[in-house]
Structures are given as C-alpha cells and as structure tokens.
Design a protein around this ligand. Sequence first.
Ligand SMILES: C[S@@+](CC[C@H](N)C(=O)[O-])C[C@H]1O[C@@H](n2cnc3c(N)ncnc32)[C@H](O)[C@@H]1O
Length: 198
Amino acid sequence: MKWMQKHEGNNGTGHRVCPLGAARMFDNPLRLLIHQPGKMLRDYVKPGAKVLDFGCGLGFFSIAMAKMVGEGGLVIAADLQDVMLQGLMKRARRAGVADRIRPHLTAADRIGLEDQVDFAIGCWVIHETPDIDAAFRELASILKPGGRLFVLEPKSHASEKEFGKLLASATAAGLHEIARPRSIGDRAVVLERPPARL
Ligand SMILES: C[S@@+](CC[C@H](N)C(=O)[O-])C[C@H]1O[C@@H](n2cnc3c(N)ncnc32)[C@H](O)[C@@H]1O
C-alpha cells in the first residue's frame, strides 16, 4: 500500500507500517459503527485482568480495555512507533485511565515483554509485521495458558488466502481457533493458548 510509511528506526526492517496521520483518521468516534469494544471483548476482558494491545496505534482498543479491566487491571499498549504511544497516553490521560495503561515500545521483529497476559488483541497489525510466524510464536508465549488472542485484519489487506496462511501460522505456534466473530470489513478470529493440564 502506497500510503503506508517505511519503518526505519528502532531495529527497523524497512517494512511498511501505518503512519500517524492514518491512525488519527481511523481512530475517531465513527469507528464505533464498526468496532464496539465493549460488545466485542466482553467475553474476554474481565475486571482485574492483564491484557495486551499489540500494535496499539493511538489506543482505540487500549483505552476501551482500560475501562473494562478497571482499577485492579492493566493494559500493556505495545507499538513500534513511539509517536503512537505518546499520542495514546495523551488520550488515556484525558479519559482518566492512564494509571492502568503501560506503554511498551517494541522492536519491529520482537515484542520483548517479560509479562504473561490473560488476553491480547492485534487489530490491523499482523499484516504489518515482518515475520508473521515469529509474531504468533511470541504472542503465544506471552499468553497465559488458557489466554485468548483476538486478531482482526482488514479485508483490503488480507485476502481469504492470506488469512488462511495467518491461521496456519497461529496453529503452528500452538494456538487453537475458538471463534470467528463477525466484523464489518474485517476477517477476525479468536485463538486460545491451550489451558495447562492438571
Ligand atoms: C493500522 S494501525 C492499527 C492501530 C490499532 N490497533 C487500532 O486498531 O486502531 C497498526 C499499528 O501497528 C503498529 N505496528 C506495525 N508493525 C508492528 C510491529 N511489528 N510491532 C509492533 N507494532 C507494530 C503500527 O505502528 C501501528 O500503530
């Protein structure tokens, strides 16, 4: 996509990522017509939970999840562009939830978290990652056993065939499909890291 920006810094691989201007454009109240975080995530994001927003951008899902996890919970907002994290934290302060969001700057090819989380979301980011197999392996390792990962990819960037490959990468990383939510204009899946055996 021509409008995407080449990412050079921070161990960049020169691959293309969404620029700030585009993130500003789609992170607006009209987006609630297609993405209603409360409804989409209510089965997965519970009060007190620790969750990850991978490729958080300006925090459309991070801020909504911060409200859902409440004071006892934590949202790790991870992105490879510091400018996104700065914008997100400004919005989080305005929304009164900055105290439960931890911004985390990733490398292009590594999220680099020590934490394990109950739930993670990657909305419109997987197609921007340089190595999808490696991204799923790392995401699977960040999920607690029984943890869930909600992936959304825009149909404009992920054909049915490409989404099939994405699912194969997720499966190879040990994740199991548990749901195929409907989302206008997207292909979406919820994956689970198998619960620990007793
Ligand atoms: C299209 S935006 C989506 C933002 C947000 N998830 C949303 O739904 O509004 C994609 C975001 O993923 C980030 N990103 C792309 N590749 C990444 C990577 N390898 N690791 C971490 N973040 C990445 C970009 O910097 C950008 O902020």
